[in-house]
Design a protein around this ligand. Structure first.
Ligand SMILES: [Zn+2]
Length: 407
């Protein structure tokens, strides 16, 4: 990690041209005092759940039935979807998040509305409707012969967009038939789309999944249908066997680590040492609404606690890397990624896209360790005051709205 006590960033167009210690020459904007970081990366978040944050209605399967599924049914209504999409997208920008992998509801129209809101705001995202065709409330069942052509049309509509991509998202094994999973994997392969799903979150979920599919373990269910590869993002990965961890490493599939969500639903603690030992790509997910905040620093603080619980003391520099450059790389937005022509993001470095967030830190904070501590672990920290994507401001708290802190 590079840190400058008093630094300057030169932005030319969408890209960062230069970064280094401030040389005293005139600048267009003096952002001092304040901590400028790369924009954050959220690898797992559900936009149609953004109004049920805090629903403490039980462990995973009960919480889905009681709180999530009734709410997600409302996204059949385009007007409601638009209202929530606009505030959700503003919430991401306000949190300093500049790239996110976003789950929609089953309704392709609600994801189209989300993509329009992301486009208008200027954020980067990989987003898709969730696929569900079995064992779900009637109103959320969308058979493959309807869901996949809708998804393909959506992918076609957004193909080649510089910041937005459409993803293939079988919600989780329990909501998908074999036919759905196979067709989803095929569509992702044919159109080179990201795949994302949930895995190994909750003991009851795992037992039901292995029984229904007569599988040795959870990962096998997705492997069988061609869903596990280096363009797959798997949320949770809490209760994997050693064999599942080995196969994750072999596939170079991405772990979306959602420690706040895992704590809130009582799902368990992800053994992060297994990920580090095998160099498996990892990114942090807020997992709103099981996660209670869109703030990636909030998620990183939970990742630190989760690490301690599982016997791994994480360096705050590694946490910040996961929330920025590491997360971006895991989602194909790194310098050697397969982002389909998208620029590299996640660092303040020459050649990277100018995706940045400005944080008011207290005036007494000094040095790299102090700045990292305040950014990641001070739970009373003020929110970012400004956010940029590709050099364009996508959020500003406005004059007087910054809630203190900067001295
Ligand atoms: Zn989730």
């Amino acid at each position: 990690m590079d840190y400058w006590e008093d630094g300057v960033v030169v932005v030319e167009g969408e890209l960062i041209a230069e970064v280094g210690p401030y040389d005293g020459l005139p600048v267009d904007e003096d952002l001092r005092p304040g901590l400028l970081t790369p924009g954050f990366v959220d690898a797992h978040v559900h936009y149609p759940q953004s109004r049920i944050v805090g629903a403490a209605s039980g462990p995973l399967l009960e919480w889905l039935a009681r709180s999530v599924f009734p709410q997600e049914q409302r996204f059949a209504d385009d007007g409601y979807a638009r209202e929530v999409a606009d505030s959700f997208v503003e919430g991401l920008a306000r949190a300093g998040t500049t790239l996110a992998m976003i789950y929609g509801s089953v309704h392709a129209s609600a994801t189209q509305i989300l993509l329009e809101a992301l486009e208008a705001r200027g954020l980067r995202a990989i987003a898709g409707p969730v696929l569900m065709d079995v064992d779900s409330p009637e109103a959320l069942i969308r058979p493959p012969e309807l869901a996949l052509p809708e998804l393909e049309a959506l992918a076609e509509r957004w193909r080649g967009h510089p910041r937005l991509q459409v993803a293939v998202i079988p919600r989780f094994a329990l909501s998908c038939s074999v036919e759905m999973m196979e067709a989803a994997a095929e569509l992702a392969r044919a159109r080179d789309l990201w795949v994302s799903t949930h895995i190994s979150e909750n003991a009851d979920e795992i037992a039901l999944t292995c029984a229904r599919f007569q599988a040795q373990d959870y990962l096998e269910v997705y492997e069988r249908h061609g869903l596990i590869h280096a363009r797959t993002v798997l949320a949770h990965c809490i209760h994997f066997s050693p064999s599942e961890w080995e196969r994750m490493a072999e596939a170079q599939a991405v772990v979306a680590h959602c420690p706040d969500s895992n704590a809130f639903l009582g799902s368990g603690s992800m053994p992060v040492g297994e990920v580090l030992a095998r160099d498996i790509p990892l990114a942090i997910g807020s997992d709103v609404a099981a996660g209670r905040s869109l703030s990636i620093p909030h998620g990183l603080a939970h990742a630190y606690d989760n690490g301690l619980r599982t016997g791994t003391r994480l360096d705050p520099r590694r946490l910040l890397w996961w929330g920025t450059a590491g997360g971006a790389q895991a989602l194909g937005h790194g310098p050697t990624g397969t982002g389909g022509g998208l620029g590299a993001v996640g660092r303040l470095a020459p050649g990277y896209a100018a995706d940045m967030a400005l944080h008011p830190v207290p005036s007494y904070v000094e040095g790299e360790d102090g700045a990292l501590g305040a950014l990641l672990f001070d739970a009373d920290r003020p929110r970012p005051t400004r956010t940029w994507v590709a050099g364009r401001e996508v959020y500003s708290a406005g004059a007087g709205a910054a809630d203190g802190g900067a001295g």
